[in-house]
Design a protein around this ligand. Structure first.
Ligand SMILES: Cc1cc2nc3c(=O)[nH]c(=O)nc-3n(C[C@H](O)[C@H](O)[C@H](O)COP(=O)(O)OP(=O)(O)OC[C@H]3O[C@@H](n4cnc5c(N)ncnc54)[C@H](O)[C@@H]3O)c2cc1C
Length: 349
């Protein structure tokens, strides 16, 4: 999952980096150099920032919108795995758009602003927003990550500002795709769970079949167990609609010293074999047995399959080829290319 604003080093940081650099050069007036470099940093920031809404104001009167920040409150924050938390942000209902407005169509995210350093990052509410204005996020903390560490340090009752919704990708309720295969790694799971919550489990596009193949490093780093159970249970009750496969790099020892494998886990990385076997696995419906790209006498049997990929960049690159320049998708590569998927059939988050 590539954050489009990750490269936006906060201005305060650019400034302090500049000053540190100039202090070590005694022959040059440090303040002059600092001013020039700071001005350069400002100009670069202004012209090359990929986020057109930078410096968005805060509004305490208007509805939630991408064009300004809205204050909301942290109403829950619970650990969920070694480096992750489930954090609920609640936006006052007066800021929610009227229910008739279709502004929250899967898949969407919001920017959260770190007030300390004035930098924002996007996060995906797992179940969208409810009528009370609650949004629940599964957020991983990175050792040197600015906003994720800041969010993890916040307590229930603290105020944070968000802006959005930002449309990450839009599900089209038409007959374009017969099958959708979602490949996620780590918190790249969040957008697909939102799609599950809003589209798959709601019976939208009933002719489309979905497969979610998720991977985490270890069982303790998997998404929240209540969500995992809900997905397994929906998959077993609706095998023709939804399939769910979970991979971990390795199992962990449980309290008895046994390797833990209680969640039908596959050990290893998602690779070509894993992908093909996940999709080709026995299924009560004979149509599932036809691999989308397999040559067939009857061309109508070839499925219209879409692949959605969301996770760390190395995983994206292995499965679907790296992103292109300037935030473009880049050509299809990796495993999906080997399988014959075209660029129309692959979307990298
Ligand atoms: C549309 C979208 C939706 C998203 N949804 C979610 C979500 O639901 N949940 C979620 O957890 N994430 C989500 N993300 C990712 C999120 O936006 C952030 O990118 C993530 O939280 C990291 O931000 P950060 O500010 O903490 O890290 P950054 O400061 O941006 O750092 C990013 C990486 O660089 C490393 N790094 C930083 N400084 C240094 C240094 N000095 N030396 C070495 N390494 C360094 C960090 O350790 C980290 O690995 C989403 C991204 C997108 C694009």
């Amino acid at each position: 999952m590539r954050s489009r604003i990750i490269s936006n080093v906060p201005l305060s940081r650019q400034h302090s980096t500049t000053l540190n650099t100039t202090r070590s050069r005694t022959l040059i007036n440090p303040w002059a150099v600092g001013s020039v470099l700071s001005f350069g940093a400002l100009v670069s920031y202004y012209f090359f920032s990929p986020d057109p809404s930078r410096g968005a104001p805060t509004s305490k009167h208007e509805k939630l919108s991408p064009s300004h920040f809205t204050p909301c409150t942290i109403t829950s924050s619970e650990p969920c795995g070694p480096n992750a938390r489930l954090i609920t942000l609640t936006v006052p209902t007066k800021f929610l758009p009227a229910s008739t407005e279709k502004r929250f169509s899967a898949i969407w995210s919001v920017f959260v602003k770190d007030d300390d350093i004035q930098v924002e990052r996007p996060y995906t509410p797992l179940e969208g927003v409810d009528a009370e204005g609650r949004m629940r996020f599964w957020i991983k903390k990175y050792p040197h990550g600015e906003v994720s560490r800041w969010l993890h340090s916040k307590r229930v009752g603290d105020e944070v500002e968000i802006r959005g919704p930002m449309q990450t990708w839009l599900w089209q309720d038409d007959s374009t795709w017969n099958e959708v295969v979602m490949l996620s790694g780590g918190t790249g799971f969040a957008p697909f769970y939102q799609l599950f919550h809003d589209i798959i489990s709601q019976g939208v596009s009933p002719e489309t079949r979905f497969t979610l193949i998720h991977s985490s490093r270890s069982p303790s780093e998997l998404p929240p167990s209540s969500i995992m159970s809900a997905l397994h249970s929906f998959a077993s009750g609706n095998p023709a609609r939804f399939r769910f496969r979970v991979f971990v790099d390795e199992l962990e020892l449980d309290a008895t010293g046994e390797k833990e494998d209680k969640l039908q886990l596959h050990v290893g990385r998602i690779n070509k074999d894993a992908l093909m076997s996940s999709i080709q696995e026995e299924n009560s419906s004979s149509s599932w047995r036809i691999w989308p790209f397999k040559k067939s006498d009857n061309s109508h049997n070839l499925r219209k399959t879409l692949f959605l990929v969301c996770g760390p960049e190395p995983m994206i690159a292995t499965l679907s080829g790296p992103y292109g320049r300037n935030f473009s998708q880049g050509p299809v590569g990796g495993v999906l290319k080997e399988l014959g998927a075209t660029s129309e059939q692959v979307y990298k988050f």
